[in-house]
Write a protein that binds this ligand. Structure first.
Ligand code: FAD
Ligand code: NAD
Length: 480
């Protein structure tokens, strides 16, 4: 093992592995240090996203959705399926196989692109040096011209609900249940609470989600959030807003939870409880006291818009820096830093980061909400289109939700696109491209969409901004 590199990356999640691969592709001698161990105790690449986040949660969301379809909805379209049952250990094992395949893929990409894979722990010292300790406990000091910190994030803990065996768990534990809990509590109606709550609800749990805030999904468009809440409640998710959990403890093999809502102190008992109250940057032991890198009060590494820290040659990307904690945002930052090291000048457009919540229907958006823009004093015009009027959505028996397009009242420039509906995660990509190219609502309206597709709802919503939607009654639209 060499002790000198052009670039050392600490962390091999989507931000770190993307940075390392791109650096190696650009000709830098690159090493990537990651401390994660998989279920079998062997080192794994891919970070939270591949091992305990995006991928395993989507494997369970997709599997549980298919189960609900087979059990509840295929009959609606004339397909009779008898004796549908669920094999939870098999579902979990298959999820593990998907994870294994993908993490192994990163190992292969490192090898193929010439990234030196260093399993173990890294700590940034002063003077572009990194203390490296492998899993056998051997330590060494490595040096580099550039260091990229990509240490990611970990679940936040709250004193009110300390984790306990496999009864009070975080998001990682909630991906491992071997049986369907009859009564499942979830603290937090954020992204994780809704996604993992949906998985276990679909498989048969009675799910109560306790959310401290009065507003549901405050970062989303109000109409979309309202419709989503109604739809998710209709699926049996018992979402209680304004419910602040104050205590949770295990007694007699059950979890007893106390919370306060508008009517006073309440108590509920569950078989399992998932704590999903946010994530915090994983920077506790990442920086030596004299590393010189600044960290804010919440543990995020301080960086500029190009992810440079205050120490020349040291960068930080992904969940351990400001901005949304999303895999694609971190990966874009990692690639940006790599390319800037090579002399190119890319920048991340933080105004077009797509957000997706993988419930069914999915919730997705890019840009700003009508409410945010009103607060900023920006006049807007909007268009929306319901999937109930989409031929493709109706044909697929999947027509809940709508698309809403928000544009500047004067310039017609797209400022936000909001989707609740089937495949919102795919539809939003079209909105991202349009916004990335600074398109107007009219540009989207003048673009031809294949028929019959779910994306046509985006087309119609964009046409609706100018009063030109075809599949809506609109007698007042003038000629212009
Ligand atoms: P991470 O993926 O957290 O990787 C950081 C890596 O660095 C880890 O392997 C860690 O062990 C390692 N590390 C930390 N410190 C050190 C050190 N000192 N030395 C060596 N190694 C170190 N995002 C989405 O965009 N879409 C989704 O659908 C989605 N679903 C999610 C579902 C769940 C249940 C969870 C928990 C998260 C989900 N996320 C999703 C968020 C996503 O996983 C993160 O935003 C993403 O993984 C962040 O990437 P990262 O590279 O910054 O950090
Ligand atoms: P979150 O911030 O989305 O939601 C946490 C919720 O818990 C908040 O609404 C908060 O008000 C509530 N809460 C906190 N303390 C509480 C208490 N004592 N009682 C009741 N409610 C309480 O966090 P998360 O769901 O844990 O997700 C963490 C991050 O992971 C997210 O920021 C997201 O970026 C990322 N993630 C993304 C995806 C995706 O892109 N689909 C999926 C999962 C996770």
């Amino acid at each position: 093992m060499s002790d000198q590199y052009d670039v050392i990356v600490i962390g091999a999640g989507p931000a770190g592995y993307a940075a390392a691969i791109r650096c190696a592709q650009l000709g830098f001698a690159t090493a990537c240090i990651d401390k994660s161990l998989g279920k079998d105790g062997a080192p794994v690449l891919g970070g939270t996203c591949l091992n305990w986040g995006c991928i395993p949660s989507k494997a369970l969301l997709d599997a549980s959705h298919k189960y609900v379809e087979a059990k509840g909805h295929l009959g609606d379209i004339g397909i009779e399926v008898d004796g549908v049952s669920i094999d939870v250990p098999k579902m979990i094992a298959r999820k593990d196989e998907v994870v294994k395949g993908l993490t192994g893929g990163i190992t292969a990409l490192f090898k193929g692109n010439g990234v030196t894979n260093l399993p173990g722990t890294g700590q940034l010292l002063t003077g572009l040096q990194v203390a490296y300790q492998d899993h056998q406990g051997t330590t060494s000091t490595l040096t580099a011209q550039h260091v990229i910190l990509a240490a990611g994030s970990v679940p936040m803990a709250i004193p009110a609900a300390p984790l306990a065996e496999d009864l009070i768990v975080d998001s990682e534990g909630a991906l491992e249940f071997q049986t369907v809990p009859q009564r499942l509590g979830v603290i937090g109606a954020g992204v994780i609470g809704l996604e993992l709550g949906s998985v276990w609800r679909r498989l048969g749990s009675e799910v109560v989600i306790l959310e401290a805030l009065e507003d549901f999904l405050p970062m989303a468009d109000r109409r979309i959030a309202r419709d989503a809440l109604k739809t998710l409640k209709g699926q049996g998710l018992d979402i209680r807003l304004g419910a602040m959990v104050t205590a949770a403890e295990v007694a007699d093999g059950e979890v007893r939870v106390r919370f306060e809502d508008g009517t006073g102190e309440q108590a509920l008992t569950f078989d399992k409880l998932i704590v999903a109250v946010g994530r915090r940057p994983c920077t506790d032991d990442l920086l030596a006291s004299d590393s010189g890198v600044g960290v804010d009060g919440r543990g995020f590494i301080e960086v500029d818009e190009h992810c440079a820290t205050g120490v020349p040659g040291v960068y930080a990307v992904g969940d351990c820096v400001r901005g949304p904690m999303l895999a694609h945002k971190g990966a874009e930052e990692g690639v940006m830093v790599a390319e800037r090291l090579a002399g190119f000048k890319p920048a991340v457009n933080y105004g077009t980061v797509p957000n997706v919540i993988y419930t069914h229907p999915e919730i997705a958006w890019v840009g700003k909400t009508e409410e945010e823009l009103a607060d900023e004093g920006i006049a807007v015009k909007t268009g929306s289109f319901p999937f109930a009027a989409s031929g493709r959505a109706l044909a697929a028996n999947d027509a809940a939700g709508l698309v809403k397009v928000v544009a500047d009242a004067e310039s017609d420039r797209l400022l936000g696109i909001h989707v609740l509906g089937p495949q919102a995660s795919e539809i939003i990509a079209e909105g991202v491209i349009a916004m990335e190219f600074d398109a107007s609502a009219e540009d989207l309206g003048l673009t031809m969409f294949a028929h019959p597709t779910l994306s046509e709802a985006l087309h119609e919503a964009a046409l609706g901004v100018g009063g030109r939607a075809i599949h809506m009654v609109n007698r007042k639209a003038g000629r212009s």
